[in-house]
Design a protein around this ligand. Structure first.
Ligand code: EPU
Length: 338
């Protein structure tokens, strides 16, 4: 493990923000990680993995540790299920494709989500009717303070909508090193309830979809709406969809009967932030080197040399405009490094 100095993080965050790491090292083993955390000359550290859910707004005056732990292990199996242990640095989508090739079901709706496996539990990633928590069994994390390894059950992780223990009480205290998933070997529980998946399958003439068909449909939908970070810097949805109480929602619906929405519980109705942002006129608008994606207003983009501060200023303008027009607070889902 070598420590480098003054390294650009442009290729380590999907927004493509050209912030600098004062010190940088890549770790490939748990021993490397332990050692890096114990280096006395670099008391401050900053963990980066896939860099797909962060907006860096400043240079990082610390030892940036790039977690590159690799490997997928079959922990156990029976007639119906497998338990897999996936190391944190495995690219999420490559891992999903690997499970599909083996015929394991459960992750197909979450195809093509950028980032690495180890960061997926932090915000309980989700797409097209399925969330990470649905197949999650446990994860192993290293406590930064004393480098001990701890096991977190699903309950310990306190998963919520784009939320977990690691975003709240556990924030900044642990590095997830591996994740265990329980996947199906047969009798897969297919989830095609999300409208656009059904539509995509119908268009392809598929009536009895396999897990791979669902993955292909999700990949096609995502490609049509969401920019590829390799071509246009972005971090997926920048904001969470706001959840309104029944009372607030009924007032909202009176004024905007055409708004899309979906009920998550009796007193909790989600309104797509993308729709609210589009109504405020931001969709497809460019402001200098940053902007709002033309096909999905929930996604902020960096056209090349935008700074994290420019993205943040745009995000704040959007939050303000949505509040002015609708009286609704939207909040970032991306981790903002201020
Ligand atoms: N909509 C608009 N204008 C827009 C964008 C969306 O009117 O610019 C409307 C759509 O027409 C649709 C509704 O909003 O009626 C929902 O849109 P979409 O299906 O694209 O999903 P979303 O709610 O905007 C969420 C997730 C995405 C995930 C999709 C599909 C959040 C914050 N985002 O977006 O997750 O892929 O559902 O499940 O929950 C991510 O987290 O990075 C991400 C991309």
């Amino acid at each position: 493990m070598t420590v480098q100095k003054d390294i650009s993080l442009k290729h380590y965050n999907t927004f493509g923000i050209d912030a600098k790491a004062k010190y940088f090292c890549e770790i490939n083993t748990l021993d490397d990680l332990r050692q890096a955390l114990q280096l006395k000359e670099y008391p401050n550290n900053f963990i980066i993995s896939g860099g797909s859910n962060m907006l860096i707004t400043r240079d990082i005056d610390a030892l940036v540790i790039h977690v590159n732990l690799k490997g997928i292990e079959l922990v156990s199996e029976d007639e119906n299920h497998v338990i897999l242990k996936v190391m944190a640095g495995e690219n999420w989508h490559d891992m999903v494709l690997w499970t599909l090739d083996k015929g394991y079901g459960g992750l197909e709706n979450m195809s093509l989500i950028p980032g690495n496996t180890g960061t997926a539990p932090i915000q309980n990633i989700g797409a097209y009717g399925v969330e990470l928590k649905d197949t999650f069994v446990s994860c192993q994390a290293m406590k930064i303070e004393d480098q001990s390894l701890q096991e977190f059950s699903k309950k310990d992780c306190q998963f919520g909508y784009r939320d977990s223990y690691f975003k709240n009480v556990g924030r900044g205290k642990y590095i997830i090193v591996s994740v265990n998933f329980k996947l199906t070997k047969r009798n897969h529980r297919l989830n095609t309830s999300y409208g656009s998946i059904e539509q995509e399958l119908v268009e392809k003439g598929i009536t009895n979809p396999s897990i791979k068909d669902i993955s292909n449909a999700v990949v096609a939908i995502r490609k049509s709406k969401l920019p590829d970070p390799k071509e246009l810097g972005n971090s997926g949805s920048f904001f969470k969809n706001p959840v309104l109480s029944a009372k607030k929602f009924s007032n909202f619906l009176k004024q905007y009967p055409e708004a899309p929405y979906y009920e998550v519980a009796e007193d909790a109705i989600k309104v797509p932030a993308g729709w609210l942002i589009e109504q405020c006129g931001f969709k497809g608008k460019r402001f200098g080197s940053v902007g709002v994606h033309a096909k999905q207003a929930l996604v902020l983009v960096n056209y090349g040399d935008g700074t994290g501060q420019e993205v943040l200023d745009l995000a704040n303008n959007i939050i303000h405009a949505v509040h002015e027009k609708f009286g609704i607070e939207i909040a970032p889902e991306v981790n903002i490094i201020k």
